[in-house]
Design a protein around this ligand. Structure first.
Ligand code: C2E
Ligand code: CA
Ligand code: CA
Ligand code: CA
Length: 279
């Protein structure tokens, strides 16, 4: 029986496959990485096209693995979400982003709005608002300078609890942004009922907005709807002046994208945008 047990263990391992093993390694490595300070935030500027000035920054997490190097979030956020590590990681991200916003304010970069991505699992935490309030108090960020980015699919999942969660968060004085807008399926009536401040048009509609009339029609409809509901609207993934021209013609005045700045580390961000430098 013993021998059989050993054999079955031996046979079981290859069947688990490399993915299962590397996934266990990765979870442990992420946990240790969080303790050892291997995660970092990069910041991408948000630009107002009318003033040509930076109005905010989006914090985007990176993992600086000692052997592998810089790992992008698409590689580890899904596993972090699945394993629950996203909760301590997300809390670290929020704290670090708020701390940075205050440091930049003190360094003379102006009252930039700091946008922080919130995962589905974080959003479903019962005590999310209390946790955010604690971070706001601990870092001293003005709540008006903090925006939480939620995805459309997250908020549409359970609209009643979403409404409650959003109202509680809004009482703190921060902004709520709907990320990747257009890729989920929002009920427009909820869009009106939810206390939302901003829509971010997904990059997939922006890529060809200057050449594809269908994409331009969708982007144009989102912009018109946002403006008529009194929401801010931001185009993400803007890479060319042709896209800018088309977006401006449709009334969209805020953009993020490689044309104005890639996500960069905090030191590069300060060097580039100190003293409210025009882009
Ligand atoms: P997202 O929130 O939609 O962020 C925008 C992504 O588009 C970023 O990728 C950014 O680097 C990229 N991007 C911005 N402008 C351009 C452009 O002009 N062209 C192109 N090709 N790409 C552009 P990144 O940093 O790799 O992040 C990917 C996703 O990972 C984010 O998508 C977000 O969903 C998630 N993520 C990043 N940081 C965090 C975080 O701290 N917490 C959570 N929960 N998710 C995060
Ligand atoms: Ca985002
Ligand atoms: Ca997005
Ligand atoms: Ca996206």
């Amino acid at each position: 029986v013993k021998e059989h047990g050993r054999n079955s263990v031996r046979q079981f391992i290859p069947e688990m496959g490399a993915t299962a093993i590397s996934r266990m390694n990765m979870e442990g490595a992420m946990r240790r990485g969080l303790e050892r300070g291997e995660f970092a935030l990069h910041y991408q500027p948000k630009i107002d096209l009318l003033t040509q000035r930076i109005v905010g920054a989006e914090a985007l997490v990176r993992w600086n693995h000692p052997q592998i190097g810089l790992i992008h979030p698409i590689e580890f956020i899904p596993l972090a979400e699945e394993s629950g590590l996203i909760l301590p990681l997300g809390e670290w991200v929020l704290t670090e982003a708020c701390r940075q916003q205050v440091a930049w304010l003190e360094a003379g970069l102006g009252a930039l709005e700091m946008s922080v991505n919130v995962s589905a699992r974080q959003f479903r935490q019962e005590d999310l608002a209390e946790r955010v309030a604690q971070v706001v108090a601990a870092t001293g960020i003005a709540p008006a300078c903090l925006a939480l980015e939620l995805t459309e699919s997250m908020v549409m999942q359970d609209v009643n609890s979403t409404l409650l969660a959003l109202r509680t968060l809004k009482q703190l004085g921060l902004s709520i942004s709907l990320d990747d807008f257009g890729t989920g399926y929002s009920s427009l009536s909820y869009l009106r009922r939810f206390p939302i401040d901003e829509l971010k048009i997904d990059k997939s509609f922006i890529n060809d907005v200057h050449v594809n009339e269908d994409d331009a029609a969708i982007a144009g409809a989102i912009i018109a709807m946002a403006l008529s509901l009194g929401l801010r609207v931001v185009a993400e993934g803007v890479e060319s002046q042709a896209q800018v021209d088309r977006l401006l013609a449709m009334g969209c005045t805020q953009v993020q994208g490689y044309l104005f700045g890639r996500p960069m580390d905090a030191a590069s961000f300060v060097a580039k945008f100190q003293a409210g430098v025009r882009v």
